[in-house]
Design a protein. Structure first.
Length: 178
């Protein structure tokens, strides 16, 4: 069995370390910024008729949000989702400075992706008829990205809660008598 050239691999690792990849909180800030972009763009789409129609197979088969159409109609359901996405995106954006608001954004993000992940088993014709499960087709393949986005949302929530608790502890220590 061939082993990788550890010298070359070590040089690559050192090069990556010098690149800024290990900058403190880089992963945390990149994930937060990515979510802000995702919620801004996906929320924007929801204001248009083409997206309201594109959502029909998702919402119609969603075990947690099927009720949107009877209450709001097709366009109203799309607007409701768009407003929710913009609200969560705004909280995530404000979370750069206020971790408590970041917690609200991360919790909204978790709810969003739990809802979309639960749609996966209910999408009609979601699995290839010849290959069967787990060979995905169309809408199921599109929704699978939300599994990763759910995990990243949980990461953001964990980070924000830890930072709020750490700041609260530091504030208590600063005001307590020695």
């Amino acid at each position: 069995m061939m082993s990788p050239d550890t010298g070359a691999l070590d040089r690559l690792i050192r090069s990556l370390a010098r690149s800024g990849l290990l900058t403190k909180d880089l992963d945390y800030r990149l994930i937060r910024a990515s979510f802000v972009v995702i919620f801004t763009l996906f929320g924007y789409q929801k204001w248009f008729q083409y997206e309201a129609k594109a959502l029909i197979p998702f919402i119609s088969n969603a075990p947690l949000i099927f009720w949107l159409y009877p209450i709001f109609g097709i366009r109203g359901a799309s607007w409701f989702l768009g407003a929710a996405e913009w609200l969560f995106g705004a909280f995530l954006f404000l979370g750069f400075w206020n971790k408590r608001l970041g917690i609200l954004g991360a919790m909204g993000s978790i709810v969003t992706f739990v809802i979309t992940v639960t749609i996966i088993p209910f999408i009609p014709n979601g699995w290839d008829p010849d290959a069967g499960f787990p060979a995905m087709t169309g809408n199921v393949a599109f929704l699978m990205k939300d599994v990763v986005l759910l995990a990243a949302s949980i990461y953001l929530l964990k980070q924000d809660v830890a930072r709020v608790l750490e700041a609260d502890r530091a504030a208590r220590v600063a005001v307590s008598p020695a």
